[in-house]
Every structure is written in structure tokens, then in C-alpha cells.
Design a protein around this ligand. Structure first.
Ligand code: BGC
Length: 401
């Protein structure tokens, strides 16, 4: 199939924020594949987990009329860029490579602007995971928690035994990542959908939301004093090194464990965040392509085809911690966390408990998301702020667009 699209060699400049150990290994696979097809890879990496920095840099490049070939843009933000009229139409590649047939419809829809493909997905990340160091748990005589009540009990034991119970990085997107998991666990998927997708005022102002916020805030005493500003991968390293017992983070964290040579089930445990085993917050990384001309445009189409190829989807995701976005992939090389994610993705899609991660740009307009994120961080960092005050702020944030 790719033969029909065989492109003349060109340069592809690719903007991403994959700079941690596991992320960089995964990104290198794309670079390798493009280079093996004769293209020149121009790396445009902007450090900063969650991608806030990358998005700021991207805006200034596009405004100055000099966009990269492709940029890591996700979820509803693809529509926002589509509205700007700057994205390339990838329908010819998509048709030749049968993207409509090989992608789940929920994924394909996100990649289209007004019915035309403008982006290609690389993976599906699950966000509602708890990562734990079993050795630390053993030493503390604690059990891996499955409810938020148990989380508190285990955290107390870990603390008494001299460990940091929860490794956290105090950055707005990480605060939001933890809160999102707590809210899903406390309120369940229907509550989650009403609050964060429909932005229903009644649900945002409900007693459940206050409970979710209070539960979230109760975790702060289990983090260490150096948490503010810490990068997520350094928090993962604390679990890897046995300084901390747990981290609540999406499965890009698994990429760090693997890059450190750790074995799932033995050196580290992956399990659904407390109270969320029957639900799945998804976060799909994708590359939107910008309008280009000449050889660069041809190389760009080859990039799109490469991203969607089974070989790339396998090797990239083995390193990244996520699962392929393509359907019917052979999962035999994936570890138990990957197999679990794949199984749960299918099961939760059926039971309607597969929900987009708002903390990772899958659910809201970017301005709304920013306002939510600010509120959650402010609440985390301000001891005098009550859950009731935070609820009021969230209700106002829901109206920001
Ligand atoms: C992205 C992941 C990335 C993580 C940390 C998320 O928003 O989807 O690909 O690994 O941020 O940088």
C-alpha cells in the first residue's frame, strides 16, 4: 500500500514534548523509520510534561507563518486548529491506507476536521492508573489499595515505615491528572461525564464534587515537601528507586519503569486508580499536519502513513507505555499492563465507561481546560481554600471558552 504513496525524500519537522527517558526512546523509533525511508528528521522537542510549553511555542510558530510539518496536537484542540484553516488534508493517505476501517470510530472522529482527516493517531494512553513499588509495600506491611479509603490506610502505613506514600509533581497538569482519577473513583463514570464533558452546572456544584475535591486534598499530606514544580518522570523515579510507594499517572509512566529495566508485576505494579477499575480515561496522542507545499508536503504524507503502519504502532507503543490506536493489532509482545489496557479499552467502550481525559486535552475546549486546571492547582496549594469555594470556581471555569 505504501508503495502507491512512495514519497520523494524531504524534510519533516516534528513538534513534540517527548523528552523523558521512555518518551525519547519511543520518539526515536519514528525518527528511525522516517530516516530509513530517506527523509530528514528535524526534531522540534519542547520539554514540559503534558505539553503546555509545546503548545505555546507552536502558536508563535504558526502565527509567524512558519509551521512545522507535524505537531503533537490532541483531542478538541485539533478542531481549534482546523478552525484556523492551517491544517493539511490527509484524505488521500487515509483512503489508500484504509484508516476508516482500521481505527475505532471514536478515534477516527477526533482525527477529522469537517469530515476530512487532518491528524494521525499514534496510541491510546490510559490515564487512571496507580503505579506502586511492591517491595516498599512489603516492607511497610501495606496492601495495594483498591478504594480511596484503602489508599489512606496504606499511605499511613507507608509513611510510618519511613517512605513517601505518594510521589507527586506539583505542576498544574499533574495536579489535574490526580484530581481526575480521584473524581472518577469517587463519583463514577456518569458523574465524570456530566461534570467534565457536559459541564453540567448542577453536577459541578454537587455534594459529590465537594467529596471528590476533599478526597483529592486529603492526599496532599502523603506527598513530600519537594513536590512543587517537580517533573512527572522524577516522581516516577522516586517509585522506581523505592523512595516512594505510589504514583497516580497515565501509562507514559510505564515507559520510565521499562527504560530503567524494571519488570511489570515484579519490580512495579500497575493497577487501576482506586475505585476506577471498571472505567477508562483515554488520552490519544496524535500528530496534526500543517499545510505545506512541494517535497515537504510529500514527506509529510509519508509521515502520516508511517505513523499508522502496524510496525510503527507496535514498536512505538512498546516503548511509550500506551497501546496501539489501530484495531486488531497483535498484542503478544506487550506486557500485562498493556494487555490489561487493551482489554479494558474494549470492555469499557461496550459498557459506556470509556471517558476522555480532560486533564490531557481530550474533553474540553483548551480555555475551559486551562480554567479547570488553574482551579484544581489553586485548591491543592491553598490550605485556606474550602472544597465549597473550589466548587464555585469550577462552576465559573465551566463557562470559560
Ligand atoms: C501525553 C503523553 C506524554 C505525557 C507526559 C501527555 O499529555 O499525552 O504522550 O507522555 O503528557 O509528557
Amino acid at each position: 500500500m505504501t508503495v502507491a504513496l512512495a514519497a520523494k525524500a524531504g524534510e519533516v519537522e516534528v513538534l513534540h514534548w517527548w523528552t523523558s527517558g521512555g518518551e525519547a526512546k519511543a520518539a526515536a523509533e519514528l525518527k528511525k523509520m522516517m530516516q530509513s525511508k530517506g527523509h530528514t528528521w528535524k526534531d522540534f522537542a519542547v520539554a514540559g510534561g503534558g505539553g503546555d510549553n509545546a503548545m505555546t511555542v507552536l502558536k508563535s510558530r504558526v502565527v509567524s507563518g512558519n509551521p512545522p510539518a507535524a505537531a503533537q496536537i490532541k483531542g478538541p484542540a485539533i478542531q481549534e486548529w482546523g478552525d484556523e484553516g492551517v491544517l493539511a488534508n490527509l484524505d488521500d493517505v487515509a483512503q489508500a491506507e484504509r484508516w476508516d476501517q482500521v481505527l475505532p470510530k471514536v478515534v477516527a472522529d477526533v482525527m477529522k476536521y469537517k469530515g476530512h482527516y487532518v491528524a494521525a493517531p499514534v496510541n491510546v494512553h490510559r490515564v487512571n492508573w496507580l503505579w506502586a513499588n511492591p517491595e516498599v509495600f512489603k516492607k511497610a506491611g501495606a496492601k495495594i489499595p483498591t478504594t480511596w479509603k484503602e489508599f489512606g490506610e496504606s499511605a499511613e502505613k507507608l509513611q510510618k515505615a519511613g517512605f513517601i506514600p505518594l510521589a507527586h509533581g506539583g505542576q498544574a497538569w499533574q495536579d489535574a491528572t490526580v484530581f481526575e482519577a480521584v473524581a472518577l473513583g469517587v463519583g463514577g463514570p456518569e458523574f465524570y461525564k456530566k461534570a467534565f464533558i457536559q459541564l453540567d452546572q448542577g453536577t459541578i456544584k454537587s455534594a459529590k464534587m465537594e467529596e471528590a475535591l476533599s478526597t483529592y486534598k486529603s492526599l496532599k499530606k502523603y506527598t513530600d515537601k519537594n513536590a512543587p514544580g517537580r517533573d512527572w518522570n522524577l516522581a516516577t523515579a522516586m517509585v522506581i528507586q523505592g523512595k516512594a510507594g505510589m504514583q497516580i499517572m497515565g501509562d507514559w509512566a510505564k515507559g520510565e519503569f521499562l527504560a530503567a529495566g524494571k519488570v511489570p508485576g515484579k519490580d512495579f505494579i500497575c493497577t487501576a486508580a482506586p475505585g476506577t477499575s471498571n472505567a477508562y480515561t483515554f488520552n490519544i496522542d496524535s500528530f496534526a499536519m500543517f499545510k505545506l507545499t512541494g517535497d515537504a508536503a510529500k514527506a509529510q504524507k509519508d509521515l502520516a502513513a508511517t505513523i499508522m503502519s502496524p510496525a510503527f504502532q507496535e514498536v512505538f507503543n512498546l516503548n511509550k507505555g500506551s497501546i496501539p490506536a489501530r484495531l486488531n493489532m497483535d498484542m503478544s509482545k506487550f506486557d500485562d499492563c498493556g494487555k490489561q489496557s487493551s482489554k479494558d479499552f474494549v470492555a469499557t467502550a461496550k459498557s459506556n465507561t470509556l471517558v476522555p481525559s480532560w486533564a490531557h486535552g481530550m474533553a474540553m475546549h483548551s480555555a475551559t481546560q486551562g480554567a479547570f486546571q488553574d482551579t484544581i492547582s489553586q485548591f491543592w496549594n491553598t490550605d485556606s481554600m474550602t472544597a465549597k469555594q473550589a466548587v464555585e470556581k469550577l462552576a465559573a471555569a465551566a463557562k470559560v471558552q
